[in-house]
Design a protein around this ligand. Structure first.
Ligand code: NDP
Length: 480
């Protein structure tokens, strides 16, 4: 049994009260490690370490910060196999996916922000005729809190930490309690890379206690959070009276809109991926598929055939396309939506059942599921399921599909398949989303703003947006 420890002031340590939580391997349902159930005293210790490191780190040259971050990036790459295995074991995702996407992306996050900080410029304004010049400083906030979810554990954890430390802040961070392992391993990598003690502090534990203690800490002045919309709303409520800066990346119920004039084969292949990648547990998955009626029957048959062929299996098997869901409660939640769909008149075209994988009978496996829904207003079409379950339905006109696409409380991303340029422009302008992909999905350029509208969140991550979030602008006006 490998126990996980907190990483505070550059060292691993047990939680002060010696409280622990079981950590499960979703592929076989077994407890394989214990993690700290950190309380507010652990968060306080992390805060104190961060505070004592802040003066020096915020005065460290950009070149030095950048060099250390590049080293972290290199060490993540050098530990690719170990980190990918840990991620897969914790989360249930296929190991090849962790190797090809999650861990390389964590490395890119550090590399990207190591470079971005050296290019991050502030403004100056000459007040013509008044003999004055204004310039704007971009100063680090101080101690910031980063809280991340379980679906893309190291990827999203580092997406917050990298810009935070690049901008000169010190961090108290909490990964999801269900996927703590790679965040734990990151501590050692940071030490090896020469990150000064206290710049990054990682406390493990439950959202309601450890996470809550970070959000409620009066001197942690900014919170960058990725997770569910309900949790995001709670965090906003706790943080508001303290006027904390907040970045909230929340849930999604993203439309995948398919017009008959698209490149069909490309669309079909990508739609299988955008529906079931990472067991459908990506906030950007296109979980509501709308298909122009002239190609609806053909799409339905082709899509279902492809989905039936997706191999569900143990995350370490090379041919596994869909691994295990992250936890038992999550599997139960996802399955409850299949029952809800049936009650609402949905037609399960394929999947819908729990799968037993030989040798791993207690793992959390579910067949990729496609549900034809009678109306866009049913619950499975409105609520975030966050698993390998998608809905499909036909549409007749652009106006109709636009209305259905926008008629949800979320607004994270949208995918559009068409070769009609004018339609692309019209729809991209009108879709309620922070991100619109046209004839592709999940193509990311780290310089671009990332985030959602409506209940999908507040603020943007990525590129200079992230560096703006993690700094306070201060205008200086000098009369000469
Ligand atoms: P949760 O909101 O349950 O948890 C996210 C993180 O917040 C976890 O670390 C959790 O800890 C912690 N947390 C829970 N309660 C509190 C609290 N009261 N105060 C502070 N922290 C708290 O989300 P999930 O982990 O279930 O992740 C899935 C959700 O994340 C989905 O809704 C998905 O759409 C969203 N998401 C959004 C993305 C985006 O960029 N917009 C990207 C990826 C996911 P613990 O694990 O211990 O509960």
């Amino acid at each position: 049994m490998q126990n996980i420890q907190n990483y505070i002031n550059g060292e691993y340590s047990n939680p002060i009260q010696e409280l622990w939580i079981d950590n499960y391997n979703p592929a076989n349902g077994e407890v394989y490690s214990q993690i700290p159930n950190s309380q507010s005293d652990d968060v306080e210790a992390a805060y104190t370490a961060a505070k004592s490191a802040f003066k020096e780190w915020s005065n460290t040259t950009l070149e030095k910060r950048s060099r250390i971050m590049l080293k972290i990036s290199e060490l993540i790459e050098a530990n690719l196999d170990k980190l990918a295995e840990a991620e897969s074991k914790d989360n249930g995702k296929p190991i090849w996916l962790a190797k090809a996407v999650d861990i390389p992306r964590a490395s890119s996050n550090f590399r990207f922000f190591a470079n971005a900080i050296t290019q991050f410029a502030s403004e100056s304004h000459e007040s013509v005729g008044q003999n004055a010049i204004n310039y704007t400083l971009r100063q680090p906030i101080g101690i910031v809190g980063c809280i991340s979810p379980w679906n893309l554990p190291l990827y999203l954890f580092t997406w917050k930490i990298a810009p935070a430390i690049a901008a000169g802040n010190c961090v108290v961070a909490k990964p999801s309690e269900v996927t703590p392992m790679t965040a734990y391993l990151l501590g050692d990598i940071c030490t090896q890379a020469g990150l000064p003690k206290g710049v990054l502090n990682i406390v493990h534990g439950l959202g309601g206690s450890t996470g809550q203690a970070i959000v409620a800490h009066p001197d942690i002045k900014a919170i960058s959070f990725t997770g569910g919309t309900v949790t995001g709303a709670h965090i906003a409520k706790v943080a508001a009276p303290m006027f904390k800066k907040l970045s909230l990346e929340l849930g999604g119920k993203n439309p995948n809109i398919i017009f008959a004039d698209c490149d069909y084969d490309d669309m079909l292949t990508t739609t299988v991926r955008s529906s079931f990648a990472n067991q459908g547990q990506i906030c950007l998955c296109g979980s509501r598929i709308f298909v122009e009626e002239t190609i609806y029957e053909k799409f339905k048959a082709d899509f279902v055939e492809r989905v039936k062929n997706l191999k569900v299996g143990h995350p370490s098997a090379a041919d596994t396309k869909v691994g295990a869901l992250v936890s038992k409660p999550h599997l139960e939640k996802v399955m409850s939506y299949i029952d809800i769909a049936k009650e609402e008149g949905g037609n399960v075209l394929c999947g819908g059942n729990k799968i037993t994988v030989e040798g791993y009978e207690n793992g959390y496996y579910l067949e990729p599921t496609v549900i034809e829904v009678p109306t866009d207003e049913c619950r499975v079409n409105q609520e975030e399921i966050f698993g390998p379950v998608v809905t499909i339905m036909p549409f007749k006109t652009e106006e109709e599909v636009l209305q259905m696409a926008n008629k949800v409380k979320y607004g994270l991303s949208s995918t559009l398949w068409t070769n009609n340029l004018k339609r692309t422009m019209r729809m991209s302008n009108q879709l309620h989303a922070g991100i619109v992909w046209v004839n592709t999905w999940l193509m990311r350029d780290l310089r671009t703003p990332f985030g959602g509208v409506k209940d999908s969140g507040v603020g943007r991550e990525g590129g200079f947006e992230a560096l703006r979030f993690f700094t306070e602008p201060k205008n200086v006006c000098i009369k000469y």
